[in-house]
Design a binder for this molecule. Structure first.
Ligand code: HEM
Length: 334
């Protein structure tokens, strides 16, 4: 039987692919003959996925809390996937990767589209955050959370990796300490002890680092510093500044970057803050958070003033960062 030309072409291509790596196409074809058909459940690993929800108590609403955190982490993973491609000029670097002949340059269209994707993921998260704010019984939440001490979303490593991938590390230094590093070209190791999030993990009573932070540092500090060093020249802002002058003026790209700044540093944090207010705020005597922190002073973006792209905002916009939205969106519904 004569094989169709398209098949012969593919076989030749496969021969080339395997022989270039010193592999035998014949053996791989044997593997193909023996391998099973792919199913939805194997591909998506749905059975494994559905074993990953293990509440610590029997309160039914705890399942919502776990699953929504997991959904968030998956969107964070997608966001990091886009950051990774921008950082690596359109390639997603994988150690066992097979070269698809994919691009190795960063044009403004690709750059913008990837930033828009990250915006979409964060918008999906912000819009769905009502699942947390309104979707659980407060009485149940206040009971089952006691079984989760001292764990906190504060310990989400991907959230910090997104920040490190998005901006110059300097912008993540606590805003009160930042002037001391201004124009100094300080190393990541010098700046890391002053990272903004330490402020959110100080014990109200003693001013000491919380256990939540100590455990987080033990597990991730090295990794964060390594990533920050790697991303010195590959973070989103560095990649933007490496574009031509003309591309840097691209209005769609500038808009996408500004939206990213607001999505990650204002909109998501405010929706998240709204959930803390809903469950933990009791007028004068707030319920302490599981991480035992000063969350009321720490979480609102107007206090943190975390801004990834300060050069893209006017002095007034920076001054009013995160204000306004709070009054209308967080407290109006209470
Ligand atoms: C009822 C829902 C929630 C409440 C009441 C809540 C409460 C809090 C509080 C009080 C903090 C401050 C640190 C601490 O004392 O623990 C915090 C931090 C944090 N939480 Fe949540 N949280 C909720 C849901 C979530 C979800 C679904 C995520 C998704 C991963 C998340 C991620 C974070 C992150 C990333 C921080 C650190 C924020 C920063 O450093 O600016 N939280 N949360």
């Amino acid at each position: 039987m004569e094989l169709p030309k398209e098949i012969v072409e593919r076989v030749n291509q496969l021969e080339e692919k395997y022989s270039s790596m010193g592999q035998s196409l014949e053996s791989y074809l044997d593997g193909l003959l023996l391998s099973n058909y792919l199913t939805y459940w194997d591909y998506t690993q749905v059975d494994t996925l559905l074993t990953l929800q293990n509440p610590k108590t029997d309160f039914p609403d705890e399942l919502i809390f776990i699953i929504y955190h997991q959904i968030t982490e998956l969107y964070f993973k997608l966001s990091l996937h886009e950051f990774n491609q921008i950082a690596n000029n359109g390639r997603h670097i994988k150690p066992n990767g097979h070269d698809l002949g994919w691009k190795n340059s960063l044009d403004v269209k690709f750059f913008t589209e990837r930033v828009v994707r990250i915006n979409r993921y964060f918008e999906a998260l912000t819009k769905s955050f009502d699942i947390m704010v309104d979707g659980m019984e407060r009485e149940q939440f206040l009971r089952y959370r006691m079984a989760l001490l001292p764990a906190s979303g504060f310990q989400s490593a991907q959230y910090r990796m997104i920040e490190i991938s998005a901006t110059d590390f300097f912008n993540l230094v606590d805003k009160d300490v930042r002037p001391q590093f201004e124009g100094k070209q300080a190393s990541i190791e010098e700046m890391f002890p002053f990272i903004y999030w330490n402020k959110g993990a100080t014990e109200l009573a003693t001013g000491k680092k919380t256990l939540t932070l100590e455990q987080f540092e033990k597990k991730y500090s090295e990794k964060f510093m390594a990533l920050a060093n790697e991303y010195k020249t590959k973070n989103l802002w560095a990649k933007y500044k490496a574009l031509s002058q003309q591309d840097q003026q691209n209005p769609q790209l500038i808009n996408a970057l500004k939206e990213l700044d607001v999505n990650v540093n204002v909109n998501w944090p405010l929706m998240h803050y709204k959930s803390a207010v809903r469950y933990l705020n009791q007028g004068q005597d707030d319920v302490p958070a599981t991480g035992g922190t000063n969350w009321q002073k720490y979480l609102p973006p107007r206090f943190q003033k975390r801004i990834f792209y300060p050069e893209l905002w006017s002095a007034e916009e920076k001054e009013n960062w995160g204000k306004g939205w709070v009054e209308t969106n967080v407290f109006r519904t209470r």
